[in-house]
Design a protein around this ligand. Sequence first.
Ligand code: S3P
Length: 432
Amino acid sequence: MSSSGISSRAIFSPGKPLRGAISVPGCKGISHRALLFAALSDGRSVLRGLSLGGDVKSTLKVLEQLEIFATPTDGELTLQSRGYDLFTEPDDPLDCGNSGTTMRMLAGILVSRPFHSVLVGDESLSSRPMARIVEPLHMMGAKIVSTDGHSPIEIDGGVLTGCRHDLPVASGQVKSALLFAGMQASGWTEIHEPQPSRDHTERMLRALGAPIEVLDSTTVKVRAVGALDPFTLEIPGDASSAAFFVVAATIVPGSEITIKGVGLNPLRVAYLDVLIAMGADIESEITEERLGEPVGDITVRSAPLSGVVIESSEGIIDELPILAVAAATANGQTTITGAGEMRVKESDRIATTVAMLEALGVRAVATDDGMRIEGGSLDGGSVETYGDHRIAMCAAVAALACSGSTEIIGWDAVDVSYPGFDIDLARLRESN
Ligand code: S3P
């Protein structure tokens, strides 16, 4: 396996099993939230093991534009803040890069800040839906305007009033934006979702003592809070990054790996249950809790898989592409439905996942809200990432189960969430 280093092409070859132990980089979702909570705290917060991917760098850069600076020392990041008051009117548009989480959550904070701001993103982010935050924020009195439902988004911060939201689509990002807004609104802000979405914001806010109440798995409410208490946090490993190694070790015969110190929030590791239903040999154990988040180890041994029916994207929306790779190696057909949200991620992941599988010789068909995959053998070939980090890593994992080698075009997309993924994968394959 090698990556050219000078262009964004990489070649992966089949072969060796994966063996040994690994820690994956800090959870992207928890890293974004930890930075924003630290910025909203009154005092000095210390973060260890922050995600070093492009998305979290976007949050750090945007905070700098708002004059909130984090200082790196010895693998730690220290952020000294004074709560909401430290946010300062930016001179230029705030560049959220490829990161939907940065744009949506930040919008929820900026609608209450007494200044003008503009949020922009790269081409992919500019095509993603933003009406889903703009409309509920309007209901709270926010002055926020999108560009035909997309970014650039213009905000004139002001007074907010809490209200009840019934979201048409479950979304951790939208829910978090509304919770951030609710923390500066009068009265209660109550959010109902059609399905549970990831709950890092609720868990972390509760651990920080914020006035948040989780009524059931789809209902949460919050009311105004001054500054949050500063905190120290070692970010758990990213459960979604771990998924690539879990599937790799499952599909390459003779593999056995342990992923250590990884976030085991049930709404982030639901993919383990899908793989176990397919026949995977996986054990996970919670060893501790950090700021309300369960953390522990996952051990995986290779096992033959059978096709399944996946009827909902609840808790697995980001892992459906890598589950599709697992399905491509399985015995029989896998059907995914109820996953239309895949179409509005960093790429149209129904289209790009099917294109990736087809490029490797798999029979796969896209449907409106999912796909059908005929499991069997994979040949190898040339895959385009369409600038999507998860498609890049999926292709690298699929390549391990191919009969020939695989070229991945646009490999540097991995930097969005996991710079050095190829190096970590190589290390597991070399410790035989
Ligand atoms: C995220 C929520 C999910 C997920 C994204 C991160 C978050 O997006 O796909 O990668 O950190 O809250 P949606 O809120 O659009 O479902």
